[in-house]
Design a protein around this ligand. Structure first.
Ligand code: UD1
Length: 348
């Protein structure tokens, strides 16, 4: 098949384009080379068309003859201030809408999109006495007092987390999360109206070689690695007990290939979402320990008790639907992958 990959020069895009070619597909690589994601001066790798998805109508000719679009281009990160809102809306909301409209014009009927676990907000929670509970966002007062765990709204007991499945209610809590929910909704609308078939992959915390260095928009794994390169210990926020699922970029690339190959077999008008995760949850303190243990520098993580207001406490998802319906199961567990990551090259 011919697959047009947006964001093809990025961290996940580069790995995905490589995996698609290895699976025998032709790749049309597109990237806007936005300065937030690339080193200055921004130079596109060979073979990458420097184009912006927001102007996809201008390059609709490139979409003709394409079987599937794999849309990875996006502004990432949690959104540093509200001043970033228009940036997320422009690149992620408008970009996706423009791309889908151009795909309809060019007659491309299949769409695979990079979504994120941030669409869920918090994990699923259960109180031992009162059953399933949906905690409200944590208050400044609680966080200041070091009460990081979500408490049962009925009895105040600390809630236990459970894995989230794809049918959970979406609860975006940052500008980035809001734009990822919007992308999924545009995909649903496009699939019905075009008609076409669409798959959204909800990536969990992606890490691996080629990850961008520490920027205000980076995920925690890159921040820990960059700190260590600078000879500083990784700083773990809260009490380090936050639980996440770290999934290796090679597995994310494999999930993209699986979705690209599956989306053509789906009913016209359909949209489905899948968690892309390792299935092996870890705490952030464990992540810091694994990254420091794998490194030559003898640095130990520092648990600072700091917090970021937009952060959720735990988010862990079930990998079952992706395994059942896409045949995707992660191969690299966090223990092996994070030890390797301690030595992997980051993006220059
Ligand atoms: C991250 C990404 C999100 C992405 C998702 C899935 C960011 C900011 N967040 O969400 O965009 O969709 O993974 O791939 O890119 N922490 C520390 N020390 C630090 C920085 C962070 O302990 O120096 C903690 C945070 O408080 C948080 C955890 O690490 O509890 C994870 O942080 P981070 O990777 O930034 O965000 P996620 O919410 O997991």
């Amino acid at each position: 098949m011919t697959v047009l990959v947006t964001g093809a020069a990025g961290f996940i895009g580069t790995a995905t384009a490589t995996a698609l070619r290895a699976a025998g597909h032709d790749v049309v690589a597109v990237d806007a080379m936005v300065p937030q994601a690339h080193v200055r001066p921004v130079t596109a790798p060979e073979g990458v068309h420097v184009l912006d998805v927001r102007a996809a109508d201008d390059w609709v000719g490139l979409l003709r003859g394409v079987d599937v679009v794999c849309h990875l281009a996006a502004m990432v990160g949690a959104g540093v201030t509200v001043a970033d809102l228009p940036l997320y809306a422009a690149h992620n909301d408008l970009g996706t809408a423009s791309l889908l409209a151009a795909m309809a014009r060019a007659g491309v009927p299949r769409f695979v999109q990079a979504s994120s676990m941030v669409v869920y907000g918090e994990a699923r929670y259960r109180c031992p006495d009162h059953g399933h509970q949906t905690p409200a966002p944590r208050t400044v007062e609680d966080l200041e007092a070091g009460r990081f765990d979500n408490a049962c709204p009925r009895c105040g007991r600390v809630l236990d987390w459970e894995t989230v499945t794809e049918d959970a209610l979406l609860d975006p809590r940052s500008s980035y999360a809001a734009s990822k929910v919007a992308q999924e909704h545009y995909a649903t609308a496009w699939a019905r109206q075009a008609p076409g078939s669409a798959i959204s992959l909800r990536y969990h915390n992606v890490y691996g070689p080629g990850m961008p260095r520490n920027t205000p928009y980076s995920g925690v794994a890159a921040i820990f690695r960059s700190a260590m390169e600078a000879g500083r210990a990784p700083v773990v926020f809260e009490d380090g007990g936050q639980v996440r699922d770290f999934v290796h970029v090679e597995d994310v690339a494999r999930a993209n290939v699986a979705a690209v190959q599956a989306v053509g077999g789906r009913d016209q008008g359909s949209h489905a979402a899948y968690n892309v995760c390792s299935g092996e949850p870890v705490t952030i303190l464990d992540v810091a320990r694994m990254v420091t243990a794998g490194s030559a520098a003898s640095l130990s993580p520092v648990v600072s008790g700091e917090y970021r207001l937009g952060d959720v406490r735990h988010v862990v998802a079930s990998p079952a639907r992706a395994a059942d319906e896409l045949g995707f199961t992660a191969r690299v567990g966090p223990k092996e992958g994070l030890a390797r990551f301690a030595r992997d090259p980051l993006r220059a």
